[in-house]
Structures are given as structure tokens and as C-alpha cells.
Design a protein around this ligand. Structure first.
Ligand code: PMP
Length: 407
């Protein structure tokens, strides 16, 4: 196939892709929920537990030193990948949700009654609920950037919401429910013109788009390892050094302190101030390997190939009568959220699972989007660089079969 994707070789890197589900070859189209794991990452996990499992940063012994070195090397890989200026700006978290809560908690001391924060109508609940909790705590007001029928943000309305009261804007780079790629450059620039900080939820962008945090001039950027070929339970918060220095720690405990007495505790410097307790050492190391793996294929190659899959699948799906696709932005990742007239999305998902096809059904943790379209949910097929057109053919056949059975 074009774009230099050697699909046979890539698929051989993912052992799970050769398994069967319900007697059929697995067709994994639930990549927006979690990605599959290449051997390079699986082996990194095995090597860690077989070879140098030890607690980090404190040990004088060799194993501890090896584990510390590998963990800190992974931090450097992540820094370079996102082009952060400093390693200290890379905080290991347990995932996007943790990263957002960490920042929201920090802003409790920054906000007061009369201040405003801005979210978008296209967010995952992870990028809504922590901020609502923050507003309840501080008395700040939450404003919402409206969305349009095509599943895009109305950025003219956004600019009208911005004012000198705006302290923080938090928007996803890519919508998990629709795949829309938001114009975060414009969002960041306009927020900064009013003196507001910006957090970008990069959970869905990370496997498809390489974000350059310095070029974006973003204040915070958060991702989850498990959506970008890494393991679950690990993620990254990038924060500008000046913000991370200013915000208070999120959790207290070991690792994050400088001196502890019962009278007063002083905190460690960055990044440790935000990394209380024993971290997911193996997860961090494995995430570094996942990022190396993705970069070896190349993000431009990935994006071009996935776009081909998206176009192919969209054309095929629209040939089925009664199909409606939600999210029709020209700028979108390889996600198709759809319904078939008169059929509940859950029923389609259940039937095609019997044919080995994994898709997500429901509200995708983005209920406000479903409310906008006045639907209970959608069927979401989300593609990755290891999927194929043949798998899309199998998916289309399965959807047609489900339609016949359910009509
Ligand atoms: N934001 C977006 C856009 C997501 O897609 C997800 C995961 N579905 C999250 C946040 C939450 O990520 P996690 O569950 O890994 O913390």
C-alpha cells in the first residue's frame, strides 16, 4: 500500500491482531478507547520485571539505579517527542484524567468569584467534571464554546466568550466521540491575548498527531499512554515550568518532598513535586518504547495511511441506506461515529461483535455531544495504522448483516 506502510510487518508487531473472537478474525476498531500494544512495548514490560524491577530515585543498589536510569530516559524520550524545553516540565501521571485533575486542583488557589473558565461542547467528561468541581470550590463560572452540526467548535462564539475575566481555557485537541481536530493554535493564541492559560487534552491526538508544545505555546498538554500503544495506568502532563512552579502539589507523600518535619514540610523541585509515591515505573519505561515505536513509523506516514482508511470506510458506510455519520469536519482523525435510522447503536455493536468486530457504542463519555444531536449514542469505529481495508470490508459486511437482522 502507499505511504510506505509495510502493513504485513506492522501487523506482525501486534500479537493480538492474529487472534480470533467468536470464531472470526479479530477486527479491532476500538482504537479511540485504547490502542493495541506492539511487541517492543510488551517486551519492555517483560524485560523490566525479569531483569531490573526495583524502586527508583532512592536506592543505592544497582537494580534501583538501572530502573531509575530507564525511567528517566523515558522522560527524556517524552520530552523530545513533545519538544518540551525541559525534562522537568514532563510529569508522569496515571493518564489524562489524572493530569487534568492535577491541574484543576492546582487552580483552586488561582481562582475566585467573578473569574471565568472556558470549556468546549466537544469534551470528554474527564475534561468537564474536574473543572465543574473546581468552579464549585472557587465560585468561578464555567462557560461553554458551542458546537455546530458538523461537530466543529464555533470559534467566533469562543472569541466572544473570552474576556479579561477568563483565567483558563481547556479544550481537547481531537474529539474522542467525533474525531474532529480542533484549531488549537487559534484557541491558544486568542486565550493568551486575554491573559488566560490553556490546557489541551491531547488524549485522542497523541496516537495520530505529534504536538510540539513550544510551537503551540500551550500551558498544559495531557495524554494517556494506553491510547498511543503504551500500557494503561501511565500518562503525561506537560506543563510550562513557570506554571508548574507556581501551582501547589496535588498529592502529598514520598518522592515529592525535600524536608519533612512535623512543623513544616518543604517540597521537592520539578518534576518530583507532582509525583508523590512510587510511580508506575514499568509503565513509564514502556511508554517511552511506545513513543519510539510510533516515531519509527513516522507520524506523517501514520496520518496519511489512517486518512486513506477513513475515506474508504466513510464512502462504504454511506452507501448503506439510513446511515448517518456524526462529525463531518474536514479536519478529523480516523473516527466514524454513526447510527442507522431506527436501530439502537448498542444492538449494532452487539451483533457485529459476534462477527469478531470490536467497536464502541454509547455516549463515549461525551454526553453533551449526544444531547446536542438528541441521540442516546452512536456506533464508533476508530481506526489505527495497523488496520486494513480488508478489515473495513468485513466491518461493512457485518454492519449490513446487522441492519438486515434488526430492521
Ligand atoms: N479525554 C479524551 C478526549 C479521551 O478520549 C479520554 C479517554 N477516552 C480521556 C480524556 C480520559 O483518558 P483516561 O481514561 O486514559 O484518563
Amino acid at each position: 500500500m502507499s505511504h510506505q506502510i509495510d502493513i504485513e510487518k506492522i501487523r506482525a508487531d501486534f500479537p493480538i491482531l492474529s487472534r480470533k473472537v467468536n470464531g472470526h478474525p479479530l477486527v479491532y476498531f476500538d482504537n479511540a478507547a485504547t490502542s493495541q500494544t506492539p511487541k517492543a512495548v510488551i517486551y519492555a514490560i517483560v524485560e523490566y520485571y525479569e531483569g531490573y524491577n526495583a524502586n527508583i530515585h532512592r536506592g543505592v543498589h544497582s537494580l534501583s539505579q538501572e530502573a531509575t536510569d530507564a525511567y528517566e530516559e523515558a522522560r527524556e524520550t517524552i520530552r523530545a517527542h513533545f519538544n518540551a524545553e525541559k525534562k522537568e516540565e514532563i510529569i508522569f501521571t496515571s493518564g489524562t484524567t489524572h493530569g487534568i485533575n492535577l491541574v484543576a486542583n492546582g487552580f483552586a488557589s488561582e481562582l475566585k468569584v467573578g473569574d471565568e473558565v472556558i470549556v468546549s461542547a466537544l469534551e470528554h467528561h474527564s475534561n468537564i467534571v474536574p473543572w465543574q468541581m473546581l468552579c464549585e470550590k472557587t465560585g468561578a463560572t464555567l462557560k461553554v464554546i458551542p458546537m455546530t452540526e458538523s461537530g466543529e467548535l464555533n470559534l467566533d462564539a469562543y472569541e466572544e466568550l473570552l474576556s479579561e475575566h477568563t483565567k483558563l481555557v481547556f479544550v481537547n485537541h481531537v474529539s474522542n466521540a467525533l474525531g474532529t481536530v480542533n484549531d488549537i493554535e487559534r484557541i491558544i493564541t486568542k486565550a493568551h491575548q486575554k491573559g488566560a492559560a490553556v490546557l489541551i487534552d491531547g488524549a485522542q491526538a497523541a496516537p495520530h498527531i505529534k504536538a510540539d508544545v513550544q510551537a503551540l505555546d500551550v500551558d498544559f498538554y495531557v495524554v494517556s499512554g494506553h491510547k498511543m500503544c503504551g500500557p494503561t495506568g501511565v500518562g503525561v502532563l506537560y506543563g510550562k515550568e513557570e506554571w508548574l512552579t507556581k501551582l501547589p502539589p496535588y498529592q502529598g507523600g514520598g518522592e515529592m518532598i525535600d524536608q519533612v518535619t512535623f512543623e513544616k514540610t518543604t517540597y521537592a523541585g520539578l518534576p518530583h513535586k507532582f509525583e508523590a509515591g512510587t510511580p508506575n515505573i514499568c509503565g513509564g519505561i514502556a511508554l517511552g518504547k511506545a513513543i519510539d515505536y510510533l516515531n519509527a513509523i513516522g507520524f506523517e506516514t501514520i496520518a496519511a495511511y489512517e486518512h486513506e482508511l477513513l475515506t474508504y470506510a466513510t464512502e462504504q458506510l454511506l452507501e448503506i441506506e439510513g446511515v448517518k455519520i456524526y462529525g463531518t469536519s474536514k479536519e478529523k482523525t480516523a473516527v466514524i461515529s454513526f447510527n442507522i435510522e431506527g436501530i439502537h447503536p448498542y444492538d449494532i455493536g452487539t451483533i457485529i461483535d459476534k462477527l469478531g468486530i470490536a467497536v464502541r457504542t454509547g455516549h463515549h463519555c461525551a454526553q453533551p455531544i449526544m444531547d446536542y444531536y438528541k441521540i442516546p449514542g452512536t456506533v464508533r469505529a476508530s481506526f489505527s495504522f495497523y488496520n486494513t481495508k480488508e478489515e473495513i470490508d468485513a466491518f461493512i459486511q457485518a454492519v449490513k448483516r446487522a441492519k438486515v437482522m434488526l430492521s
